[in-house]
Design a protein. Structure first.
Length: 266
């Protein structure tokens, strides 16, 4: 009788070894994510591992609440939070609703009913930083990337030639048309009336206005049930406590390197 052969996905952390690093083990935080998301592609494994290492080297990893690298090409692999890959609301794994498209470039909205619940509170707009990497920008206006809405707004919208940032007590955004539009956009609140937006070729824009009265959770692709929806494709999203401009630059550098390794840098 021929011996039975069993083929399956290894679940112990020793499975994830880096041949590029001479066979050394991956970072344990990267390993936990790769195991949870079932990522077996070696390029994706290396990209995720280096993203974690780069954020730790920049001393911003400890500020991260949720990081969504969108690798694996499916809703199941895209839902996991790199910082805490546990399947629970408290761990900020995503819940997708609507007609999302999941592929190797990330997650794609449909402009109508797509949203992803992060379960991260907006904390009244205080002590929060947000960023996203757009692997594809949609044309038109009012295209939501992510945010929250109540009596004020906290969030990011993007168009083909400019980005619009909300971090105020009303609904009017700060529209920024950079000298060269790029896929990475972010905002961070420094104090109750001091925040900055980042887009373009490392261009920063500083603003002063009232804190938004936002107490809801942050969503991707929708401002908490508003009529404003997104139609973009995203290859990365992060939510953290406040980042400085230099820290946002370090994050941008790490994310661009991550997207380049995956072959989806635009």
């Amino acid at each position: 009788m021929s011996p039975k052969i069993s083929i399956g996905l290894a679940t112990d952390k020793s499975y994830y070894k880096s041949t590029a690093q001479g066979g050394g083990s991956f970072d344990p935080d990267a390993t936990a994510f790769l195991t949870a998301a079932g990522i077996t592609d070696s390029t994706q494994q290396s990209a995720v591992n280096q993203l974690v290492l780069d954020m730790k080297t920049a001393n911003i990893w400890s500020k991260m609440l949720a990081v969504y690298p969108f690798v694996g090409g499916t809703a199941t692999s895209h839902k996991w939070n790199l910082v805490n890959p546990i399947d629970s609301n408290a761990a900020y794994r995503l819940i997708f609703s609507g007609g999302w498209i999941h592929n190797s470039l990330g997650i794609e909205m449909n402009g109508g009913n797509t949203q992803a619940e992060t379960y991260v509170t907006s904390n009244n707009g205080n002590d929060r930083a947000l960023s996203a990497y757009l692997t594809q920008r949609a044309s038109g206006s009012q295209h939501v990337v992510m945010g929250a809405y109540n009596s004020g707004m906290l969030g990011i919208r993007s168009e083909v030639t400019r980005d619009l940032f909300h971090n105020n007590s009303g609904t009017s955004p700060k529209a920024v048309t950079p000298s060269s539009v790029e896929p990475f956009v972010g905002l961070s609140r420094i104090a109750s009336n001091d925040w900055f937006a980042q887009n373009g070729n490392n261009e920063f824009n500083n603003y002063t206005d009232a804190s938004p009265s936002v107490t809801r959770t942050l969503k991707i692709g929708n401002f908490n049930g508003t009529s404003w929806r997104g139609d973009h494709q995203l290859g990365f999203v992060h939510i953290s406590t406040t980042l400085t401009q230099s820290e946002m630059t370090d994050l941008r550098t790490a994310v661009i390197a991550f997207q380049t390794t995956l072959g989806r840098n635009v």
